[in-house]
Design a protein around this ligand. Structure first.
Ligand code: HEM
Ligand SMILES: *[C@@H]1O[C@H](CO)[C@@H](O)[C@H](O)[C@H]1NC(C)=O
Ligand SMILES: *[C@@H]1O[C@H](CO)[C@@H](O)[C@H](O)[C@H]1NC(C)=O
Ligand SMILES: *[C@@H]1O[C@H](CO)[C@@H](O)[C@H](O)[C@H]1NC(C)=O
Ligand SMILES: *[C@@H]1O[C@H](CO)[C@@H](O)[C@H](O)[C@H]1NC(C)=O
Length: 596
């Protein structure tokens, strides 16, 4: 009986998901017809005359004026395919099933399926950007732009979200005040902790670096992916200022016998601090905004120590290598370690999947998978996970308010790596979805996110639901199980098809006992996995021992973990995890575990 369920589940998962069928809309004769998003199922809306348009349905599996009529095979597949909530339920239940799957070839098969199904939702080469809603060379070639999955809402539409809903969109301040601002702290039911929250922020800020001086929609992180630019800087000049230029290492300073990032006096790079913070107290870090939070300084310290530790290992293996080769190879190892920790621990935790996720680039060597990545504006909007932040920070028995925590240059050295890791690993983070959970200190960021979305004319939430093969919501009550939220949204937006992208992600009903709802997972996972596996080190010509300085270096990549990152770079081994400890387990292990 178990074997047959197993086979059934496998068959279910194998059926690639296809878009559902969506209703037609009424157009008015004076409005650009594309403002109503008439083309379904990834069809492209091309305007012809004032009142006319055409849908290009090529390779969508559908035909007809609005790409709504399915071809026969699509009809069969659509009938058979399980919805994302069914797949999610299976992936997060039936322990006995996954106990079997985890230890057989099915783990690899399912992992390959997860990677390909998710990645196929992301176009490669990239398509639109905030200036161009049609394909063109500039949009492909100019890396200064974030890419866009869906084209911007045309400028001549009645509203920044098209043509539906109220004539005027609600004031972003009002949306945040009434729906997103925290009332009382609501912990994440999945038990994510601050170690997780700061990892999320630290990791993503290597590729989310909005270039405010250029304007919204532009990025400073031109490699568009996991390049460890938050450790080494996003340009060569900064990198050279941060490097010791000896043995491949990064500059550092020693405080009370412990290694920390150097001061800006010794590594002259720009760091973003409030006026009045003296240069001696500013730490020089790859990412210029990481002085903001001791949690970011903590990860910067860990990765700096790790980089220099790897350099020692590489130099012992290759006494003839010069500084440059040691540095460059250590950087690739750091990138590899990062990707492994993100997939096998961070995404594993976040997904709640019982399938044991595996970082193994060889899984894709026989698939049609394109290497390369371009960071999307939608991905940056989606990742504004500020509800994770608590109301205050509990460190080693002290309670610190935001006023004392933000930009405080002494916390990192005062407590040291071990105590911060232990404290951050024990303090629960906030639930991201479900509304009413952003601390007032950061509500202004949410306001800015909504303003940016309007200025850059990001399509409404339901259009993204369709783009990621999800059914659009039919009403606000369908969208949320919270009557107050549904009612307020109805009042503010008037039409579910006018609901904006970011508020939609933050306010959608959460899955049971989960950190957020269906859309965050179904839209976030494709961006994330494409970005991780699309990295050049995952391609066949790179993914081999010699790239990482031989077997020793390759082994470091293949066995990396959060625990090792901390415990191989600290004196004692604190409690370290992306999850708060289970209630019963009270005492942290104070010694380094055997496997280290
Ligand atoms: C107390 C903690 C935090 C503070 C004070 C803070 C503050 C800010 C500020 C001021 C911005 C820039 C907004 C703008 O320029 O319009 C920002 C952007 C952002 N934040 Fe946070 N943040 C915090 C925690 C987090 C966390 C935990 C995450 C989780 C991933 C996060 C994700 C982001 C993202 C993705 C952006 C956009 C970055 C970009 O496009 O350059 N933040 N945050
Ligand atoms: C296509 O969509 C337009 C605009 O939404 C609508 O007026 C028209 O009736 C639709 N055509 C078909 C064949 O459904
Ligand atoms: C990219 O586009 C921006 C805005 O049009 C322009 O200022 C910049 O010079 C372009 N960059 C390159 C490399 O062409
Ligand atoms: C299978 O993997 C999941 C996720 O890593 C884990 O929670 C579960 O305990 C594993 N089962 C076995 C038997 O390893
Ligand atoms: C910074 O943190 C230290 C140690 O917790 C604290 O004593 C100090 O008051 C803080 N500084 C500021 C400016 O808040």
């Amino acid at each position: 009986m178990r074997a047959s369920i197993l086979g059934f589940v496998f068959a279910l998962l194998l059926l690639l998901r296809e878009p559902g069928c969506h209703g037609d809309e009424v157009t008015s004769s004076t409005v650009n017809p594309c403002c109503y998003f008439p083309c379904q199922h990834w069809g492209v809306c091309v305007r012809t005359t004032q009142e006319e348009y055409e849908c290009d349905c090529t390779r969508t599996g559908y035909y007809g004026e609005n790409c709504t009529i399915p071809e026969f095979l699509i009809r069969v597949r659509y009938f058979l395919k399980p919805g994302p909530n069914v797949v999610h339920y299976i992936l997060t239940h039936f322990h006995w099933l996954w106990d079997i799957v985890n230890s057989t070839f099915l783990r690899e098969s399912l992992m390959r399926l997860v990677l390909t199904v998710r990645s196929n939702l992301i176009p490669n080469p990239p398509t639109f950007n905030s200036k161009y809603g049609y394909l063109n060379w500039e949009s492909y070639y100019n890396l200064t732009y974030y890419t866009r999955i869906l084209p911007p809402v045309p400028e001549d539409c009645p509203s920044p979200v098209g043509a539906k809903g109220r004539a005027v969109l609600p004031d972003p301040e009002v949306v945040v005040e009434r729906l997103l601002k925290r009332r009382t702290f609501r912990p994440d039911p999945q038990g994510s902790n601050l170690m997780f929250a700061f990892f999320a922020q630290h990791f993503t800020h290597q590729f989310f670096k909005t270039y405010n001086r250029m304007g919204v929609g532009f990025t400073k992180a031109l490699s568009h992916g996991v390049d460890a630019g938050h450790i080494y800087g996003d340009n060569l000049e900064r990198q050279l200022a941060l490097r010791l230029l000896k043995d491949g290492k990064l500059k550092y300073q020693v405080i009370d016998g412990e290694v920390f990032p150097p001061s800006v006096v010794d590594a002259p790079v720009y760091m973003s601090y409030p006026p009045g913070v003296p240069a001696e107290r500013q730490m020089a870090i790859g990412q210029e905004v990481f002085g903001l939070l001791p949690g970011l300084g903590l990860y910067a310290t860990l990765w700096l120590r790790e980089h220099n530790r790897i350099c020692d290992i590489l130099r012992a293996e290759h006494p003839v290598w010069d500084d440059e080769q040691l540095f460059q190879t250590a950087r690739l190892i750091v990138i590899g370690e990062t990707i492994r920790i993100v997939i096998e621990e961070y995404v594993q935790h976040l997904s709640g999947y019982l399938l044991n996720l595996k970082f193994d680039p060889t899984l894709l060597f026989n698939s049609q998978f394109q290497y390369g990545n371009r960071i999307a504006l939608e991905f940056s909007q989606l990742y504004h996970w500020h509800p994770l932040m608590p109301d205050s920070f509990h460190i080693n028995g002290d309670e610190l308010s935001y006023k004392h925590f933000l930009f405080n240059t002494s916390i990192l050295t005062h407590y040291g790596v071990e105590k911060l890791v232990d404290s951050f690993s024990r303090q629960v983070a906030g639930q991201i979805g479900g509304g009413h959970n952003i601390n007032t200190v950061v509500t202004h960021v949410a306001v800015g996110t909504i303003k940016e979305s309007r200025q850059l004319r990001i399509q409404p939430f339901n259009e993204y639901r369709k783009r990621f093969n999800l059914e659009p919501y039919a009403s606000f009550r369908d969208f949320s199980d919270n009557e107050e939220i549904a009612q307020t949204l109805e009042e503010l937006y008037g039409d579910i098809d006018a609901l904006e992208f970011y508020p939609g992600l933050m306010l959608e009903r959460t899955r049971p006992e989960s950190i957020f709802g269906e859309s965050m997972v179904e839209m976030g996972a494709p961006f994330s996995l494409k970005g991780l596996l699309g990295n050049p080190i995952c391609s066949p010509d790179y993914w081999k021992p010699s790239t990482f300085g031989g077997k020793v270096g390759f082994d470091i990549v293949n066995t990396a973990s959060l625990k090792k990152l901390v415990c191989l770079n600290s004196r004692t081994c604190p409690y370290v995890s992306f999850r708060v400890p289970a209630e019963e387990k009270s005492q942290p292990g104070k010694e380094c575990p055997d496997e280290l």
